[in-house]
Design a protein around this ligand. Structure first.
Ligand code: IMP
Length: 445
């Protein structure tokens, strides 16, 4: 180690959970640094499958230190369940006292705003992520450290009419339809101040002994040469700064989120995780999407349904242009490619290596090569919405690769496919996953 970050290189759901789980074995401390329970990291451990949403994946491993940083937004019921799991498994959890708390009204607002958006909806996970981060940047809202006192909780919710203002927005949104609160995972009236305070306080006690200044804790761990694994959620193309105008999440998903939360600016390895093809949930441009039997086949073979919401994922071919952008913005030092086995049996595997616009094939960056059109637009801004992908076709393979454990034992075509991705990105591929089993990973470097 000593410090590794694992981050999403596409639109989330790349299989970060299993890469994190694989690396967690060697780590002393595993740190979640952003997002909330919009994430769903799947870990298979001791023949059990866990879907972990808020705490780090390391909670299922005895003796590991698990940190929830100040940039993570906490939905108390989920965090509580995961705390119980960690106690059962013998790991230790520390939660930052300044991590924001997601209230029922944040979830209600998220759902009500989606309803109000009609056909322009974002397709959020309805976990209240946008509303709680908005309040964070508006310098208001509950923090984990407030849980130690009911008076503090009440006073924070009352400061500058905070809670009342949220209620008035809910009232306004009622004209667009009513939201079923039970579907959102709570059974109180989210607009009731008293019920909200009670909802918070009846869960508070279990967290109080877990609170600490995790910025200092992580700093000390790194100073002591402990092996620290930073666990990213969501992904570079959904990042609050680098994602597209509307269809993005509200946190800093990559290395920048680690620097912002912990002041850790130098990380030894930043592993971007990408599927061997591409998926997206929610709305937004997806140039290589296959709305046809090819896409349906990827969804079926790859089991492409959301770990958090169960939604069917949109499926398509690998987009190397988008991956180059993610690698650049995310400062990746290497790539992990997941679900290579899902491509087995494809006669031809198209990969998008360029984007085309009306005027010709575009070149992103400088100098513009002869014959290419220069683009002045940001990839996730306007650009992705109207480009056509230019594909390079790769030969497929038929051999079952799920029991392969070395790069050399992969079919020649699969090796060529991976080598071409490396060549296009100028980054080494460090891990390749070839099956659902825990050990179905090829370690390449
Ligand atoms: P939010 O994070 O729930 O506000 O959703 C904003 C966008 O990010 C939507 O398009 C979601 O589908 C997407 N999103 C959020 N979390 C994840 C994730 O863990 N995997 C994949 N997409 C996600």
């Amino acid at each position: 180690m000593p410090s590794i970050a694992v981050v999403g290189a596409q639109w989330g759901d790349e299989g970060k959970g299993r890469v994190i789980d694989y690396l967690a074995e060697e780590a002393d401390v595993i740190v979640r640094y952003q997002g909330g329970d919009n994430a769903g990291h799947t870990v298979v451990f001791d023949d059990e499958t866990f879907k972990i949403h808020t705490l780090p994946c390391g909670i299922v491993r005895e003796g590991k230190g698990c940190v929830v940083g100040p940039g993570v937004v906490v939905w108390l019921p989920t965090a509580l369940n995961e705390l119980v799991l960690s106690e059962r498994k013998g790991s230790t959890v520390w939660i930052d006292e300044s991590a924001p708390i997601i209230l029922p009204i944040h979830r209600a607002l998220d759902a009500a705003r989606e309803l109000a958006s009609g056909k322009d909806l974002i397709g959020t996970t309805k976990r209240g992520i946008g509303p709680v981060y908005s309040d964070f940047w508006l310098r208001r809202g509950l923090r984990m450290g407030d849980l130690s006192s009911k008076a503090k909780v009440e006073s924070v919710l009352k400061t500058s009419g905070y809670f009342d203002e949220l209620v008035s927005v809910m009232e306004y949104l009622k004209q667009y339809g009513s939201v079923n609160f039970l579907d959102l995972g709570f059974n109180i009236d989210p607009c009731s101040f008293e019920e909200t305070v009670q909802w918070v306080m009846c869960q508070a006690e279990r967290f109080v002994s877990r609170l600490c200044d995790t910025r200092m804790f992580v700093h000390d761990c790194l100073s002591d040469n402990q092996r620290v694994l930073f666990e990213g959620a969501q992904a570079e193309l959904l990042d609050g700064y680098n994602g597209d105008r509307r269809n993005r999440t509200s946190s800093l998903c990559g290395k920048s989120g680690i620097a912002a939360s912990f002041g850790v600016h130098n990380i030894d390895r930043v592993i971007g995780v990408a599927k061997a093809y591409l998926t997206r949930v929610g709305s937004g441009p997806f140039p290589t999407e296959q709305v046809n039997s090819l896409g349906d086949n990827l969804r079926t073979v790859g089991g492409e349904y959301g770990a958090t919401t169960g939604r069917p994922r949109r499926c398509g071919w690998l987009d190397v242009v988008a991956l180059q952008y993610a690698a650049r913005m995310g400062g990746f030092t290497e790539l992990a490619v997941t679900k290579l086995d899902v491509l087995t049996g494809q006669k031809k595997i198209p990969v998008c290596t360029r984007y085309r616009v009306e005027e010709g094939v575009i070149h992103l960056g400088r100098p513009v090569q002869p014959g290419f059109v220069k683009s002045t637009k940001t990839l996730t801004g306007e650009l992705m919405g109207f480009v056509k992908p230019v594909y390079t076709q790769f030969s497929g393979w038929d051999e079952d690769i799920t029991s392969v454990r070395t790069f050399e034992d992969l079919p020649r075509e699969a090796q060529f496919y991976l080598n071409s991705i490396e060549g296009n990105l100028g980054l080494p591929i460090s891990h390749v996953s070839v099956g659902a089993e825990r050990d179905a990973i090829i370690k390449c470097v």
